[in-house]
Design a protein around this ligand. Structure first.
Ligand SMILES: [Zn+2]
Length: 91
């Protein structure tokens, strides 16, 4: 018998095969199934949260690098200004 042609009403939460669509739908309203759904949702939310935390950390790193680059440029500009001023003073 080719089982792929037979409609299957298997729920992922328990792997049980329900005899028809109605029974599966009824099962999906049970506390057991709902709490499994909630757990699943929490799991994917946690994964999403971790991903976002990683993005934030990488953005913070980039900001820090930019701040450091700005400091270097400011310092260089100060040196150039002083240099120019001393050249003007020499005139
Ligand atoms: Zn279920």
């Amino acid at each position: 018998m080719d089982t792929t042609l037979v409609p299957q009403y298997i729920c992922e939460c328990n792997g049980k095969n329900y005899s028809d669509d109605k029974k599966l739908k009824l099962h999906m309203k049970t506390q057991g199934h709902l709490s499994w759904e909630m757990k699943n949702e929490m799991k994917s939310l946690k994964i999403e949260l971790t991903k976002r935390d990683n993005i934030i950390a990488s953005l913070e790193r980039k900001l820090l690098e930019r701040d450091q680059r700005i400091m270097v440029l400011k310092e260089r500009s100060k040196v150039l200004k002083n240099c120019l001023q001393s050249k003007l003073d020499d005139l």
